[in-house]
Design a protein around this ligand. Structure first.
Ligand code: DAH
Length: 340
């Protein structure tokens, strides 16, 4: 067998391989499923043990030399295969296209909306280019409120009354103007703020707004609804707390925290050592807002809330940099394969 292998080595190294087709035939003859290499392996297994060392080395050499010959022909480039000018075989079937994924923001938005729909809320949307009334004045923002400032808001140059909405609360105003209570709405959308892009802030992000107006709606209704939401989204044991806050369009106003825990170093860092994390703002709709939209504030009351989709998505998936959502890097997005 030793002499046979040495002869084959010589044969392989002098063989004429004019083109890719010949190389492929050569590959099949030697390395294919029924190729000569297979027979040699069988013979090798049957060879006496004391010869195996030397034979194994020769076999490896032969295999390496075969592969090298094939490689040297197929990597020669243009004009070799005859099927395409690039040297690639254009008649080969293409590899399958990867299946796309749902964007993590879509997954979370869908889930949040689903929870509120099951509680009887109906989806509504409004325009991204708004006017001052629907974004600020109709929501009881004082004339000199800093949110109106050029630094926060993108205004349309030709008409400073037009701007990109800075929050989805604008959709509340449109709905209250157009419909009679009772109304129970969930309003997702894109919002814009003139902020420098960083790991924690972006000039474009997503919010989901809620609004419920009827006779006799109370703060207790608000709290129970939000508790149910938090437990559906974060798990049945989730605890929430309401901290007094201020928004021009609600009175009283609150911010809602969920208890996140303090077990790991990450927990301590993201909760600033408190264990609690803020997830949304809310409150009872200010009577001024109801009246401005033509709703009788002596007859009706209501609550509203608003949350940032990026923020909640970052919590759910432990994503540290907001910019990842907008870069469309497939390595990031592919991690959400199968999520719906
Ligand atoms: N619009 C607020 C913001 O962008 C969020 C918000 C707070 C919405 C309280 C509400 C609310 O409806 O009641 O920060």
């Amino acid at each position: 067998m030793r002499d046979q292998l040495i002869a084959l080595l010589a044969e392989v190294s002098t063989l004429d391989l004019p083109d890719a087709e010949a190389a492929e035939a050569f590959r099949i003859a030697w390395l294919g499923r029924k190729g000569r290499m297979k027979d040699l392996m069988v013979a090798f297994k049957e060879a006496p043990n004391e010869e195996k060392r030397e034979l194994g080395k020769l076999l490896n050499e032969l295999k390496g030399s075969i592969e090298e010959r094939i490689e040297s022909v197929t990597s020669q480039g243009p004009g070799q295969s005859g099927s395409g000018s690039s040297g690639e075989d254009l008649t080969r079937p293409a590899g399958g296209l990867g299946i796309g994924t749902h964007h993590p923001l879509s997954v979370v938005r869908r889930e949040i909306i689903g929870i509120f729909e099951r509680m009887g809320f109906v989806v509504s949307e409004g325009p991204e280019i708004e006017d001052d009334w629907h974004v600020f004045s109709g929501l009881n923002f004082p004339e000199e409120h800093p949110a109106r400032d050029m630094q926060d808001t993108f205004f349309v140059d030709r008409n400073p009354d037009l701007l990109l909405r800075t929050h989805t609360s604008s959709v509340q105003v449109r709905e209250m103007e157009q419909h009679e209570p009772p109304m129970r709405l969930i309003m997702p959308g894109r919002v814009f703020r003139n902020e420098a892009v960083s790991s924690r802030a972006h000039c474009m992000f997503h919010q989901i707004e809620g609004l419920y107006i009827d006779e006799g709606v109370s703060f207790a209704d608000l709290k129970q609804t939000l508790l149910l939401f938090a437990q559906e989204f974060f798990g049945p044991e989730t605890r929430i707390r309401l901290r007094p806050s201020y928004f021009p369009f609600t009175e009283p106003s609150a911010e809602v925290d969920v208890y996140w825990g303090l077990e790991t170093e990450v927990d301590k860092r993201i909760t600033k050592g408190t264990g609690w994390l803020e997830i949304l703002g809310c409150g009872m709709v200010d009577p001024n807002v109801l009246e401005a939209a033509g709703i009788d504030s002596r007859k009706y009351s209501g609550y509203a809330f608003g949350m940032g989709v990026e923020r909640i998505t970052m919590l759910r998936y432990q994503i540290g940099d907001l910019r990842a959502f907008f870069e469309n890097d497939a390595r990031f997005l592919d991690q959400f394969k199968g999520q719906y």
